[in-house]
Design a protein around this ligand. Structure first.
Ligand code: ZN
Length: 576
């Protein structure tokens, strides 16, 4: 009975998200995800789901909504949010037992925003269809796209940070013998050949759709050459295995593409397997074979891979395999962010960037350090989806998503950037003022400030960035405290006099609100800005209680992530 009630809930919610018509498969998927033990009784459960869905689908949408509001009001809210940014369906899901996707980075750099689309879409689609998501390291170019041990781990950490945990992991440098085995199959069937032509010579022929002399070698001749590749008789650059394609294919880059080549690993050892192998698969060969062998059903990748699909399809035909569904999304540009791996690697190696998490970079490490929530990256990408048109985003788009997440939770503090002294006279009495840690959530608590004037005079720190404001407007309000009148602006001292306590009056006058600290209080604070410059100043005493990784807002300055708290505070700026 309890199960039936749960099915009712999912059916109603599903109907609500699909114009009043619940989808039997989705409801079944949800119930099995929540109560996996039911998988043993799948037939009964499916019948029950069918019965409930039919019953629910007879109801008017208004009635469905009323029932949800009555019994599961919170679920309705959550469902609404999820429905808002739902991904379009994948093609031909019903053809496969389960959806399998993969993210396949070359571990030659840390991950950055440019990889987010592949990761998030592959992960989210696998989740959506109760499928599996694989991580595959494509590390078969020890010469030009050389991987490094540190990046395997940093990529794993980046994925975990992003909340995209993979179900299984593959490393191509562990699979070299599998590629050899498949190369040998193609050679023995006459679908591939070992080409020893000089690449210039080969290109000259292929451009006019003519075969090179190696193409017609017998399988046994090819095997002799293949052994020469493996045993070192051929040197680097002297032989490649080519997969046969249609020589008249309109795109010359498709014609008889190279599948395996020799790399002198005594000179260019692989970081994991050293000089164990000298014949290495090229991208299309390794990727194409793996996608089939590990059972990828949906390849989701950028449209720059369209030609690769055409190349690989020839190989799939040779093996009698069926090519997976392929979804090619458009290019994603982020204005003002360098998403070039080689530039990032070069910049870090040469010291232009301090580290992989330098705030000028769009690496996940840098985003994390600045206090960008992984959920913000996720929701940004889900918003963009897998569409084929090119998309240009700005940092501001990412910040908008992040703001939605952190604004409701970030506690507020004062940070006086570039402080200067403000001396106020004619203060009638001492003040104890309390300011909320969050303006919308008084339950989060308050910060207290005590002002004890001597001879009716007290001094404050305010930001020199506000001096222009003081020059323009003679009446100013210290946030949460009182209003003052500017008397004289000197180089290191601003003289002022108390004007009134009333916030109403400040509002009426349109007096600007500025933040402040009582002089001789606070803790020194350095905020690393997105351009790697450092904003120095004083933060309020309460900040001493903060911890590394806290995300806060310095009022009128911006959101920041606390990096370190010891004698002083160091923080990283997120955005306004
Ligand atoms: Zn040749």
């Amino acid at each position: 009975m309890e199960t039936k009630e749960t099915i009712r809930k999912f059916a109603l919610l599903n109907a609500f998200g699909h114009e009043g018509k619940a989808q039997m498969q989705s409801v079944l998927g949800k119930i099995l995800a929540e109560q996996p033990h039911l998988k043993t009784k799948i037939k009964e459960v499916a019948n029950l789901v069918k019965e409930v869905v039919e019953e629910i689908n007879k109801l008017q949408p208004g009635e469905q909504k009323r029932l949800i509001e009555k019994s599961w009001p919170e679920a309705l809210l959550k469902e609404k949010i999820e429905e808002e940014r739902i991904l379009p369906s994948l093609p031909n899901v019903e053809k496969y037992k389960r959806v399998v996707t993969r993210f396949s980075p070359n571990p030659d750099c840390v991950l950055h925003l440019g990889s987010a689309r592949a990761i998030v879409l592959c992960y989210e689609y696998a989740k959506k269809y109760d499928g599996v998501f694989y991580l595959r390291f494509e590390d078969t170019d020890p010469r030009l796209k050389k991987s490094a041990l540190q990046f395997y781990d940093s990529i794993r950490r980046d994925l975990i940070w992003l909340g995209c945990k993979w179900d299984a992991e593959f490393i191509q440098s562990d699979r070299i013998l599998i590629y050899y085995e498949h190369a040998e199959k193609l050679l023995s069937n006459g679908h591939a050949y070992v080409c020893t032509c000089q690449s210039k010579e080969f290109r000259r022929k292929i451009l006019v759709k003519k075969p090179c002399p190696c193409r017609d070698l017998s399988p046994s001749d090819n095997f002799v050459r293949w052994k020469h590749m493996l045993n070192g008789a051929y040197k680097e650059g002297e032989a490649v295995v080519r997969v046969k394609t249609d020589l008249t294919h309109p795109n010359p880059a498709v014609r008889d593409w190279p599948a395996l080549r020799i790399i002198d690993t005594t000179r260019y050892p692989h970081p994991r397997v050293g000089s164990k192998y000298r014949v290495w698969p090229l991208y299309n060969f390794a990727c194409g074979i793996d996608d089939h062998l590990i059972g990828v059903t949906h390849i989701i990748r950028g449209k720059e891979h369209l030609t690769n699909q055409i190349r690989q399809e020839y190989m799939y035909t040779h093996f009698g395999w069926e090519y997976p569904e392929a979804i090619h999304y458009g290019r994603l540009k982020v204005t003002g962010a360098s998403l070039s791996k080689s530039k990032i690697v070069e910049g870090v190696r040469s010291g232009v960037y301090r580290s992989w998490d330098d705030p000028r970079l769009a690496t996940f490490l840098a985003l994390r350090r600045r206090g960008i929530a992984p959920e913000a990256v996720k929701s940004l990408i889900i918003d963009v989806g897998p569409k084929t048109s090119d998309v240009t985003l700005s940092w501001e788009n990412l910040y908008a998503h992040n703001r939605k997440i952190i604004d409701p939770v970030a506690k507020r503090y004062f940070f006086v950037h570039n402080p200067t002294e403000l001396s106020v006279e004619k203060i009638p009495h001492p003040f104890v003022t309390k300011l909320p840690l969050h303006p919308d959530h008084p339950r989060k608590g308050f910060r207290y400030f005590k002002i004890e004037p001597k001879k009716n005079k007290a001094s404050f720190l305010i930001s020199s960035n506000d001096i222009d404001l003081l020059k323009a407007r003679k009446k100013i309000r210290l946030m949460g405290l009182f209003n003052f009148k500017v008397e004289k602006i000197r180089k290191h001292l601003i003289e002022a006099s108390f004007s009134s306590k009333s916030h109403e009056e400040a509002k009426k006058l349109g007096a600007p609100l500025i933040h402040w600290l009582p002089i001789d209080t606070g803790v020194s604070c350095e905020v690393t800005m997105p351009d790697a410059s450092i904003a120095k100043g004083m933060a309020e005493e309460n900040c001493k209680k903060l911890h590394s990784d806290d995300i806060i807002q310095f009022e009128r300055f911006g959101f920041a992530r606390i990096d370190k708290v010891d004698k002083g505070i160091t923080a990283y700026f997120a955005h306004r």
